[in-house]
Write a protein of this length. Structure first.
Length: 112
């Protein structure tokens, strides 16, 4: 399982558990048991940290929360498919295959 890195891939996934630890009252997560037992076809939200260039060409970055369709379990994580396009760059589009871990999942889509 290969997790994307900011340096090599131009983006990486943020650790939702770290964000929750920093602000537990305002940054809620689904229970760990649910994040560890995702099934193929479920939709989850992850935070992407994306490398960009600003107007004069200087390096910058943005974060976007995007939906990912869960594929198969892989070791301690999952293989998934990005379900929408990024707003800040044309580089991240729906259909992108990526690996992620339970710690990256910040929301699980629930039918109402």
């Amino acid at each position: 399982m290969h997790l994307a890195t900011f340096h090599d891939d131009g983006w990486e996934l943020e650790d939702g558990e770290s964000r929750h630890t920093e602000a537990p009252a305002t940054f809620e997560l689904p229970p760990l048991t649910e994040r560890q037992s995702l099934k193929a076809g479920q939709i989850v939200k992850l935070i992407f940290r994306i490398a960009l260039r600003d107007e004069p060409g200087l390096p910058s970055e943005r974060t976007e929360r995007m939906w990912v369709s869960v594929g198969e379990a892989q070791g301690f994580g999952y293989l998934g498919t990005l379900d929408n396009d990024a707003y800040c760059t044309p580089e991240l589009k729906a259909g992108l295959q990526l690996s992620f871990e339970p710690r990256h999942v910040i929301q699980i889509w629930r039918e109402s």
